[in-house]
Structures are given as structure tokens and as C-alpha cells.
Design a protein around this ligand. Structure first.
Ligand SMILES: *[C@@H]1O[C@H](CO)[C@@H](O)[C@H](O)[C@H]1NC(C)=O
Ligand SMILES: *[C@@H]1O[C@H](CO)[C@@H](O)[C@H](O)[C@H]1NC(C)=O
Ligand SMILES: *[C@@H]1O[C@H](CO)[C@@H](O)[C@H](O)[C@H]1NC(C)=O
Ligand SMILES: *[C@@H]1O[C@H](CO)[C@@H](O)[C@H](O)[C@H]1NC(C)=O
Ligand SMILES: *[C@@H]1O[C@H](CO)[C@@H](O)[C@H](O)[C@H]1NC(C)=O
Ligand SMILES: *[C@@H]1O[C@H](CO)[C@@H](O)[C@H](O)[C@H]1NC(C)=O
Ligand SMILES: *[C@@H]1O[C@H](CO)[C@@H](O)[C@H](O)[C@H]1NC(C)=O
Ligand SMILES: CC(=O)N[C@H]1CO[C@H](CO)[C@@H](O)[C@@H]1O
Length: 546
């Protein structure tokens, strides 16, 4: 009897000693920036370890196993950069909350070629091209000590090539798919950025949005994402669609991580004059992370934006979860004004002004991109060349079922900025901002608007150039009817996530981050469901620590 107790006691002490001595390393599926910083500061692991672990995780699921095709390239200089940043942390401390943290970039965000990566928007027409410089946001990331981990797959040219091409497909990367259901639509165009952040192939990622391209993949991949006001983050060095709508923002597993990244990438850049008009100083968005942010606030529901939307408006399940979200927002102390319609909502639903502006802008700005390159092996120097290149290289750029170039062709047919264009631009400002989001905010005395993220709910903010902050709202149920989304993708499908979006006026990110944080902390929806088993990488820090 005594000897048995003695054995148990000894075993218990021995186990406690071993477990106590072993460092508790963060699970990279969910690890937050602050957990990673704590481990780096404590010396539990290094940034070199982190890069090795993320590379191994990418290797497990990108082309092997579930073949998610989320990542196009891994940075061949990342380990060297990580080692230098580890050394610096030891010697002089960390530069910022992103010091030594790996960040994955959508492949339309430029990085200097000497580092070893391409900047192609997924297109073979830009393979091996030499960009003049890092993108403005990349300069800020590097200054803050972040490590560029690699380039993410995307809908080619940020979804501006052909209207029938599916989300997440590019010539270089093939079809990116969702980690929550085999072959489900990751949405786009920042598809790889979304999938990679969702399952911890990176600490965080950057996406870009012209209309929906951060919001929708954030929604489909169970993330927190910020589509900033146009002009908060620099677009210098970002392969463009339109300077009037393009914007760069973070896609992360939590609002806190997204706020950390936004605080670093936001700010003026002499190479993007839209950023010179932003309020100064740039806020520290992490100061907005207050669980009580919704208390006493007035949040409006612009129902007509999604009632007529054939994606969300007809989806009773999304609407059911959305109604629960409104209850949560009320319980968090806000007054919900419902409906709080945009006076312009029905006009936006039938307006073609956005297309007029984007078609004209894309041709001008993409031509400028090609001519800005120091060199380009494909010889492509314009949108016209690009269309011809794709037709001449069908095995690369027009495989069966992925041949559409209709949007390119439509844009190429435009003849520059004329009075029709300027009128459309003015209509967009009027519809999206003046008689849209701003009118609703003023008429109903609101602090923000709230909408389901899927579908076309991004249009008013897109044409206004206004911000959206998106957080997880729910997951499609097991018995949802699976439908085709593209030649190789399905949507909806069981377990595929969808999000909730907070919208506001220009430069209202600080408030929106607070509201999204309060909702996220109360609901913790992201943690309710994980990716399908095969899509969860197994490599963890303990497997790579030397
Ligand atoms: C950092 O310093 C610790 C001890 O001070 C040392 O063990 C470690 O090797 C150093 N790491 C790097 C990357 O310089
Ligand atoms: C671009 O991709 C090609 C082919 O994968 C590779 O050989 C090259 O090193 C990459 N980087 C640059 C800067 O061209
Ligand atoms: C940026 O500069 C261009 C021409 O250089 C000008 O047309 C445009 O109005 C400027 N935009 C802003 C927001 O300052
Ligand atoms: C949108 O839906 C509302 C409410 O059902 C309806 O009154 C309106 O006519 C619809 N607008 C369009 C453009 O279909
Ligand atoms: C642009 O918007 C205005 C205002 O709603 C509308 O009258 C006009 O028809 C729209 N133009 C196009 C091309 O859709
Ligand atoms: C402006 O150019 C477009 C083609 O880009 C054309 O369809 C339109 O008619 C032009 N408008 C005017 C007023 O010439
Ligand atoms: C799915 O199941 C729920 C309850 O579990 C039920 O209310 C709903 O009608 C079902 N939907 C379909 C499409 O079968
Ligand atoms: C990092 C990585 O796995 N990149 C791959 C992306 O997909 C293309 C096309 O299959 C491959 O060539 C890359 O190696």
C-alpha cells in the first residue's frame, strides 16, 4: 500500500518536473502575434524557428495533401532575414510588435527582385519581371522588423481578368481552395492570404481590396480582416486595378492581430498621394481594442443593401446568424437601428458606374505598371500585350475552363478619361458616400453600419472608398445544399465560414476595430470550428527547434 503511494508520488513529481521544464509553445494554427512575441522574447524559440515551421506547414498542405494552393512562393531570403532579426532582438531589443513575425503578401504587392521573389498578380506575363522598388507597405513592414514569408496565390490580377473566372485561380498558382471543406471556394481575390492565415501557414497576411477582395476571403476563411479607407495604406508598388478603390489591409486570426498590422502599414507615403490626405497622426489601432466599445453606440442595419442580393438575400441561414449577431450587439449595450437604409441603396443595386471607372482606370494604371518595370522577360509592356500573351500561351494562362479575358478586353476597349468617366466617378462618390453611407450615418445618428459579409455588401464602401472591418459570424450547417462555384470549386458547403462586417465613414477604422473587437471577444466564433482534418498542418515549433 505504502509502496504504491510512493510510486504514485514519485511519478507525479517526476511528471510535474518534466512538464514544468518543458516550455509551452504556442499552437501555430491559432497563435497570436502577442503569443509569438512572448515566446521570442523569452527565448523559447527564434524567428528562424518560426520561418522553418511555417515553411514546413506550407509544404504539408500547399501542393501535397489537400493541395490548397494558397502560397505561390516562399521567400528564399526569409531564413537569413530571420537570423539577422533574432540577433538584433538579442542585442538591442525589438523594433515593434511585428519584429521577427512572418507576414505573407498577396502576390500583387511588390518586393524587390534581389530578395528572390516574383511580383506577378499570379500571371506568367510578369514572371521574372524586376520591379523598381518594394511596395510602400512592404517598406513599413521591413522597418518594423517583420519578415516577408512569401507570396500568396490570388484571383489573377485581383479578379479583373474575366468575370467567369473563379475566385482563387491564377495561371501561376492554379485553383486555391478553402481549408474548411474540400474544394470549397476560398473567395477572392485575396484567396491565398485568407487560406494561409486561417490555418497558420503564416502569422498574418496582407490582402488588397478594390471591391470585396479582403472582406470576402476574410468571411470565407474564418478571419478578422480590415479593408482600410482608400488612402490610409499606400498602394505604391501594388499591381493596380484603380487608384480610386484599391486599398491594402491585414487578414488575421483576430482583430488584435489585424490592428497591430494596420498600425504599422498605415500612414503617408510620398509615392501614393492619396495617403497624404489622411488625418495625422496615424492612430495606434491597438488602443481601440476595448470590449466595451459597443456600449452606448448606435449601429444601423442597411437592409436594402443585402435584401436584393442574390447571394446573401436569398440565404436564410446567413440571415438567421445575422439576426443573432444583432441580438449580441444589443446585449453589448448598443442600440440597433433597423432598418437604417442607404438612401441610394436601390440605385447602387442597378448602377454600372463602378464598372465604367474601373475599366478606364485599369488600362491606364496597368499600362503604367508594365512600363515602370526595370525589365520583363515576357516582353509584355501593356494591357494589349497581356491579352495577346495569354492567347499565345494557353497552356500557361488559358487552360480549358479558365480562358476568360472578358474584363481585360472590356478595359482595353476604353479610350481614357472623358466626361463619361468623370461623371461616373462623381456618381460613385455620390451613391457610395454622400447619399449612401454618410447619409445613413447622419440621418439615423449612427456610429457604424453592420451587414453580413458575403455577397455584394461591399459595393457601397468600395465606390465610396470607405473602410470595412470583418469578423467571423458563423459556418454553413452540415445539411446545406452544396453548389458549384467554379470549374473546380463549390459554395456553399458544410462548415464553410461566413463573416459579419462593420462599415463606417472615411478613416473611421479606429471605431470599427473597437466594435469588431467587442463582438469578436463576446462570441469567439472563430474557435467554434476548425478546418477539415487533412487541411490542418501538423508541424509545430517543437518539431523545428534545434
Ligand atoms: C540570444 O542570446 C542568448 C543568450 O543571451 C543566446 O543563447 C542565443 O543564442 C542568442 N540568439 C541569437 C539568435 O543571437
Ligand atoms: C521568379 O520565379 C522564377 C521561376 O520560379 C525563379 O527562377 C526566380 O528566381 C524567381 N524570382 C525572381 C526575382 O525572378
Ligand atoms: C494625385 O496626383 C494626381 C496627379 O499627379 C492628381 O490628379 C490627383 O488629384 C492627386 N490625388 C490626390 C488625392 O491628391
Ligand atoms: C430591393 O428590395 C426592396 C425591398 O424588398 C424593394 O422595394 C426594391 O424595389 C428592391 N430594389 C431593386 C433594385 O430590386
Ligand atoms: C450612375 O448612377 C446614376 C445615379 O444613380 C444613374 O442615374 C446612372 O444611370 C448610373 N450610370 C450607369 C452607367 O449605371
Ligand atoms: C468615353 O469613352 C467611352 C469608352 O471608353 C465611350 O464609351 C464613351 O462614349 C465616351 N464618352 C464620351 C462623352 O465621349
Ligand atoms: C437543415 O437542418 C435544420 C435543422 O437541423 C433544418 O431546420 C433545415 O430545414 C435543414 N435544411 C435543409 C436544407 O435540409
Ligand atoms: C510554394 C509553392 O508550393 N509554390 C507552388 C505554387 O504552385 C505552382 C503551380 O503548381 C508551383 O509551381 C509552385 O511551386
Amino acid at each position: 500500500m505504502y509502496s504504491l503511494l510512493w510510486i504514485f508520488a514519485t511519478l507525479w513529481i517526476w511528471t510535474a518536473a518534466v512538464v514544468g521544464a518543458r516550455k509551452v509553445l504556442p499552437d501555430l494554427y491559432e497563435a497570436s502575434i502577442s503569443e509569438l512575441q512572448a515566446g521570442l522574447d523569452a527565448g523559447d524559440f527564434t524567428s528562424v524557428d518560426l520561418v522553418k515551421a511555417y515553411f514546413a506547414r506550407i509544404d504539408e498542405v500547399n501542393l501535397k495533401g489537400p493541395q490548397l494552393r494558397a502560397v505561390l512562393e516562399m521567400n528564399p531570403s526569409a531564413l537569413t532575414e530571420a537570423a539577422a532579426l533574432d540577433k538584433e532582438r538579442n542585442q538591442t531589443g525589438k523594433r515593434s510588435e511585428l519584429h521577427g513575425i512572418p507576414v505573407l503578401l498577396k502576390d500583387n504587392i511588390a518586393t524587390i527582385a534581389s530578395e528572390g521573389m516574383n511580383t506577378t498578380a499570379g500571371s506568367f506575363s510578369l514572371l521574372g519581371s524586376v520591379v523598381p522598388d518594394d511596395a510602400g507597405v512592404v517598406k513599413r513592414l521591413r522597418q518594423a522588423g517583420a519578415i516577408i514569408l512569401g507570396k500568396a496565390n490570388l484571383s489573377e490580377f485581383a479578379d479583373f481578368r474575366g468575370s467567369s473566372l473563379p475566385s482563387g485561380w491564377s495561371g501561376r498558382g492554379g485553383q486555391c481552395t478553402n481549408a474548411y471543406f474540400p474544394h470549397a471556394d476560398p473567395c477572392g481575390s485575396s484567396s491565398g492570404s485568407g487560406v494561409a492565415s486561417a490555418i497558420g501557414l503564416t502569422a498574418v497576411s496582407l490582402g488588397t481590396e478594390t471591391d470585396g477582395s479582403i472582406t470576402c476571403p476574410t468571411s470565407n476563411n474564418n478571419l478578422a480582416g480590415i479593408k482600410p479607407t482608400v488612402g490610409l495604406t499606400s498602394r505604391a508598388g501594388v499591381i493596380p486595378i484603380s487608384e480610386h478603390q484599391d486599398t491594402v489591409g491585414p487578414m488575421a486570426r483576430s482583430v488584435s492581430d489585424a490592428a497591430i498590422v494596420l498600425s504599422i502599414i498605415a500612414g503617408p507615403d510620398p509615392n501614393d498621394n492619396f495617403t497624404l490626405a489622411q488625418p495625422s497622426p496615424v492612430p495606434d489601432f491597438t488602443k481601440a481594442l476595448d470590449k466595451n466599445s459597443l456600449k452606448g453606440k448606435r449601429i444601423g442595419v442597411p437592409r436594402r443593401v443585402f435584401l436584393n442580393d442574390t447571394i446573401t438575400g436569398n440565404d436564410p441561414f446567413v440571415n438567421q446568424e445575422f439576426e443573432k449577431a444583432l441580438d449580441t450587439i444589443r446585449n453589448l449595450g448598443a442600440t440597433v437601428i433597423d432598418p437604417a437604409d442607404l438612401p441610394s441603396a436601390d440605385e447602387i443595386a442597378v448602377s454600372n458606374n463602378e464598372t465604367i471607372v474601373l475599366d478606364v482606370d485599369f488600362k491606364i494604371q496597368l499600362n503604367a505598371w508594365y512600363t515602370s518595370l526595370k525589365s520583363n522577360p515576357s516582353g509584355v509592356r501593356s494591357l494589349a500585350d497581356l491579352i495577346a500573351f495569354d492567347d499565345a500561351n494557353p497552356s500557361l494562362e488559358e487552360p480549358p475552363r479558365f480562358q476568360d479575358q472578358s474584363t481585360f478586353i472590356e478595359s482595353e476597349a476604353t479610350t481614357g478619361m472623358n466626361s463619361t468617366y468623370f461623371q461616373a466617378l462623381a456618381f460613385d462618390k455620390d451613391l457610395g458616400a454622400t447619399r449612401g453611407i454618410d447619409a445613413a450615418l447622419q440621418m439615423f445618428g449612427l456610429d457604424a453600419l453592420v451587414l453580413p459579409a458575403p455577397g455584394f455588401t461591399t459595393v457601397p464602401a468600395a465606390i465610396a472608398g470607405y473602410p470595412i472591418v470583418t469578423v467571423p459570424l458563423g459556418f454553413y450547417p452540415e445539411n446545406v445544399t452544396i453548389a458549384l462555384a467554379g470549374p473546380e470549386t463549390v459554395y456553399p458547403a458544410p462548415g464553410v465560414p461566413f463573416g459579419l462586417s462593420f462599415l463606417g465613414t472615411a478613416f473611421s477604422e479606429f471605431s470599427l476595430v473597437g466594435f469588431a473587437f467587442a463582438y469578436e471577444q463576446e462570441t469567439q466564433t472563430r474557435l467554434v470550428r476548425k478546418a477539415f482534418a487533412e487541411a490542418i498542418p501538423k508541424t509545430q515549433l517543437q518539431d523545428v527547434i534545434s
